[in-house]
Design a protein around this ligand. Structure first.
Ligand code: SF4
Length: 280
């Protein structure tokens, strides 16, 4: 059976076994091959903005919590991260208590996270540095710092990479930076907004350079692509049938060929509530 025909006959959510990569012939001109990475990035923004809906830029939690919770969330589910954070504060009361706690006891309270024995001393070192430099457990000074200075300061902390630093600066201080996590990175690579071998750190720079320096746009781009990687562009088996990006996606072209009119017409234009809850 023709690959593209079988693709269009699948119900949404049923793309279980993507066909192997196929040759893209030099004469095969589609949007996937003719759009520049910058054009793909902007198309991605417009289509996912429509698909998932616009999001306001509001802090989802206080800066200190954003920093420590994001550290706890590495390779950990949202529920387990929340549980670890709640147990930590319940056991030790406040940041001073967390700093003064025996490190092994702190690790025990955050045991639902992936690496509690590594994260516990990191949390205490971060708290120690913030208190030593600021005289209090606050990150509010970042509001007045230039972006590059804030990024450098945050990424100098143990366990804090560009993604976590960017999340804090964007969500809490409306700085024009773009957090790139594993989901955003995967979607960007597959669509062709960045190269297939571009590292996550490099992706921060490349994608940011392709987008307006507008915190609301960057927040929307981050969240929409995060959701897209989580719910549609899965790591193992991307659900291309439901994806509004297939018209210019390099991965789609390489695995299914140019998208047919039927496949494009059958693609949903909006996220359906029946597919699940999108966590903020
Ligand atoms: S078409 Fe498929 S591979 Fe491309 S972004 Fe969409 S789900 Fe991912």
């Amino acid at each position: 059976m023709d690959i593209r025909a079988s693709q269009t006959q699948l119900e949404f959510g049923q793309v279980r076994n993507p066909p192997p990569r196929r040759a893209v012939h030099p004469g095969m001109t589609t949007a996937a091959t003719t759009l520049t990475p910058e054009q793909k990035t902007w198309q991605n923004h417009l289509l996912l903005h429509e698909f998932y809906g616009p999001l306001p830029l509001e802090p989802r939690r206080p800066p200190m919590r954003e920093l420590i919770s994001t550290l706890l969330s590495h390779r950990t589910t949202h529920a387990d991260e929340e549980l670890a954070y709640a147990r930590m504060l319940e056991e030790f009361g406040d940041w001073q208590g967390v700093l003064a706690a025996p490190t092994a006891a702190l690790a025990h309270t955050i045991r639902t996270t992936r690496w509690p024995d590594t994260q516990a001393p990191r949390i205490q070192e971060i708290l120690r540095r913030i208190q030593a430099e600021q005289g209090a457990f606050t990150l509010d000074f970042l509001a007045d710092w230039p972006v590059e200075k804030g990024l450098a300061w945050l990424t100098d902390m143990p366990g804090i990479g560009l993604k976590t630093a960017s999340l804090v600066l964007l969500f809490n201080f409306r700085k024009p930076v773009l957090p790139v996590d594993t989901h955003v990175h995967r979607v960007a690579q597959r669509v062709g907004m960045i190269g297939a071998k571009t590292s996550v750190d490099k992706a921060h720079q490349l994608l940011l350079a392709q987008l307006p320096k507008d915190a609301v746009v960057l927040l929307n781009f981050h969240k929409h692509n995060y959701w897209h990687g989580q719910h549609i562009c899965f790591f193992a088996k991307p659900d291309c049938g439901r994806c509004p990006l297939k018209g210019f996606c390099t991965y789609y072209l390489e695995h299914y060929g140019p998208p047919t009119l039927e496949a494009l017409a059958a693609t949903p234009t909006h996220w359906q509530k029946s597919w699940g809850v999108l966590l903020h």
